[in-house]
Design a protein. Structure first.
Length: 149
């Protein structure tokens, strides 16, 4: 069950992850079927607190081809978190100018769709360059160590 995982690879490059949370997500039947087939994309998705509830915006879930029930691929989807968690996230977003983004969507061992969201701070261009340089240096070191063995 836990083998389908939609990742937001851009999130790790563009943002500094400060805190991670797991949330449930409210989906329609055709959305669940599409998600199980991997017809989804988290690029440019973000979460926003509205009237004490938290919603995921710009999370694309393609239409399921064999379904009579059609859904809007970009409709906002409600996330399921405890009220105190939502309030805490809302305070941090307002105080520190942080953003809530989804890192991945997956099915847990009980077959329920879950979203891993993160409280994050945007990286500056020089931070991104530094991260790329560090990653490249690590790769070079590992290659040299592998060749020595």
């Amino acid at each position: 069950m836990g083998d389908i995982r939609i990742e937001n690879k851009k999130a790790f490059h563009d943002y500094e992850i400060l805190e991670r949370l797991e949330a449930g997500i409210v989906l329609k039947g055709s959305e669940v079927k599409s998600l199980r087939e991997g017809r989804a994309n988290l690029k440019d998705a973000y979460a926003k607190v509205e009237n004490g509830e938290i919603f995921l915006h710009h999370f694309y879930i393609g239409e399921y081809p064999n379904s009579l029930e059609k859904h809007d691929p970009f409709r906002k989807k409600k996330l399921l978190l405890k009220k105190q968690e939502i309030r805490r996230l809302e305070r941090k977003v307002e105080e520190k100018g942080l953003t809530i983004i989804p890192l991945s969507v997956y099915f847990n061992e009980r077959g329920l769709a879950k979203v891993e969201i993160a409280l994050e701070k945007g990286k500056k261009l020089f931070d991104k360059r530094r991260a790329l340089k560090e990653r490249e240096i690590k790769r070079q070191i590992e290659r040299k160590l592998k060749n020595l063995r």
